[in-house]
Design a protein around this ligand. Sequence first.
Ligand code: GLA
Length: 387
Amino acid sequence: MKEKMKSKFEELFGDYGDIRVYFAPGRVNLIGEHTDYNGGHVFPCALTMGTYAVARKRNDNKLRLYSMNFEKLGILESSIEDLKYKKEEKWINYPKSMIWALKSEEYNVDKGFDILYYGNIPNGAGLSSSASIEVLTGFVLKDLFNLDIDMVKLALLGQKAENQYVGVNCGIMDQFIIANGKKDCAIFLDTANLEFEYAPVKLKNEKIVIMNTNKKRGLGDSKYNERRAECEKALEELQQELNIKTLGELSEEEFEKNKHLIKDKNRKKRAKHAVYENQRTIKAVKALQENKIDLLGKLMIESHNSLRDDYEVTGKELDTLVEESLKQDGVVGARMTGAGFGGCAVSIVKNDKVEKFIENVGKAYKEKIGYNADFYVVEIGDGPRII
Ligand code: GLA
């Protein structure tokens, strides 16, 4: 891939001399969904799938961007002085959002650059292809412009880019795991204070299988921002009597004792999910550390049920994948992952049953939904790097 990208870069932008190839991963969240904007915990890991870039600094202010995933669009030109969001510019808004975020905090990006991207994360599948481009672009710029910026700050700038430039009110999970991923580890992150620890995912007898509904979605047009607003309102209602800053501070018992303060039925369900899911995540990490894989699987199933019934972000495609998964021999657990409303589900399956699992779930999905699902048996990889 590296050589192919370099020669494409040369073909498009001229003789490259000494250029570098960069990589940033995609991510899958094992458990802890819709908790990251509620001051709760998440437990994602970086994938070996991701986004690659070849880049070179220019002597003027021009930006020339090209994606091998959208070759028909050709080279798209812009400038570091014209970083306004333009809906029609599609994917270019993601790299631009990151330049904008860096410049908004006075990082010295004072020249343009040529950049070529290629990604092998399925687009719009909920494995964070957009956060991967954002963090990758930040990482490239850190290198090209010698910016003094650490990976946590880079993640925060990625989130700022997404919130204030792209207009999705996402939490910190995606950018954080992509910036800080580590091979064969998931990150146990407390989104209330960004404290985190790496937890080895030592699955000797199982594989992580990601199942793509192939139902396209974008966070921008989903109910994501609506769910976030519902949680904020529920928190305000609880704060009438409780001295808390986030829903993540509550135990299940405290929630049950105080839920009458939330006046709307749906808001009560949303808040319940946020509280219980956070506690489930803490339990799941402990289960993994104690090698209780079955318990981890059980918590994943509970997570899905809560996202389906209380948070209401699954839909028939994700529910079908999970339901069919749970009928299979050798499945330990399965749940939707990411924002929901389409995108992907994740399952843990015994090594020797993976093939049959994929065949059976794939067949049942096609019968019920009418089109194919895709399956990826994934490995947990490292964060951004020069390759
Ligand atoms: C998206 C957002 C994350 C997180 C998940 C749901 O991936 O980008 O911040 O909220 O949805 O857990």
